[in-house]
Ligand binder design. Structure first.
Ligand code: FES
Length: 301
């Protein structure tokens, strides 16, 4: 170990909870899942919307949901589970009717996000990652939701609650628990987490235009630039043509095994260059005189 402690705020990691095999997925749900898959040129692109739909029915990614998705898409259950357990928006245990998220990333944290999270946890009587016994609320600590100009923010069923305070959060939870009508600070009425999951599955609830698309603080920079006459650097955006729809590829027959290539023969080592004989000490290589015939020595008697 490096000696640095790491504290994870995400739910315990692991696989789909197979100890709970309860399901509400019926024939109509399976038909709906198949219809979602049919929207995509490549069916497996529908995996994430289909997981959201399973959550809208079973309140979590159920084992049955994993099996049905794998069958429709023609992929393995392990491939479905691999995606479902990677993203924190997919739940392995049932979420509440209202799923509460409190952002504690840097900007929301300095604006009181942690105090907000503590207040919500105390009010609901649960810790982050848990669901109330009556199934009305679940709580999650979330990362930045790109709404820092409204910090600290809270989400209810992924609808924004901007500029929250502990008091506002307590009243909001009381209203939701009492079944009173509650609206996001950006307009849309809060319904349920299951309804939101259907929207995330790509099913139109007809409410896309409720509320503004951008809030006042987000537009402040634009307004200031217009007032000052500032313009950005002109930029020519490349025209990217629509991608052609690619049909599902036919099963490609396996390539025939290539004929074995005979091994290259081992290179024969070259004959070593003959080493020139060392010249005799008395000889000079360039002008060695021709050897004279030896004369017999006369022996004096
Ligand atoms: S830090 Fe909370 S929305 Fe960005």
């Amino acid at each position: 170990m490096s000696g640095h402690d790491f504290e994870s705020h995400f739910e315990s990691t692991g696989s789909i909870d197979t100890t709970d095999d309860s399901t509400m997925i019926d024939k109509a749900a399976i038909d709906q899942l198949a219809a979602i898959a049919d929207r995509y040129p490549r069916k497996r692109s529908a995996l994430m919307p289909m997981l959201h739909f399973v959550q809208s029915v079973d309140g979590r990614v159920s084992p049955r949901g994993v099996t049905v998705i794998a069958e429709i898409l023609g992929i393995t259950e392990a491939q479905v589970s691999g995606v479902a357990t990677f993203y924190t928006m997919y739940k392995r245990r049932p979420a509440g009717k209202h799923h509460i998220g409190v952002c504690t990333t840097a900007l929301c944290a300095v604006m009181g996000g942690d105090a907000l999270l503590d207040t919500v946890a105390q009010t609901l009587g649960i810790a982050e990652g848990e669901t109330t016994e009556d199934g009305q609320f679940s709580l999650e600590r979330i990362e930045c939701n790109a709404a820092c100009d409204f910090a600290p923010i809270m989400m209810v069923n992924w609808e924004f609650m901007d500029n929250m305070t502990p008091d506002k959060a307590t009243k909001l939870l009381d209203d939701l628990a009492a079944g009173r009508e509650v609206h996001s600070t950006r307009g849309p009425a809060i319904t349920s987490w299951a309804d939101t999951e259907r929207v995330l599955a790509g099913l139109n609830d007809g409410r896309a235009d409720e509320g503004p698309s951008a809030g006042t603080p987000s537009l402040e920079g634009v307004r200031l630039a217009q007032h000052k006459g500032w313009t950005g650097v002109p930029r020519v955006m490349p025209v990217v043509p629509d991608r052609p729809v690619v049909p599902e590829p036919e099963a490609v027959p396996a390539e025939p095994e290539p004929a074995p290539v005979p091994a290259e023969p081992e290179p024969v080592p070259a004959e070593p260059e003959p080493v020139p004989a060392e010249p005799a000490e008395s000889e000079t290589p360039a002008a060695a005189p021709a050897a004279r015939p030896r004369q017999r020595r006369r022996i004096k008697k």
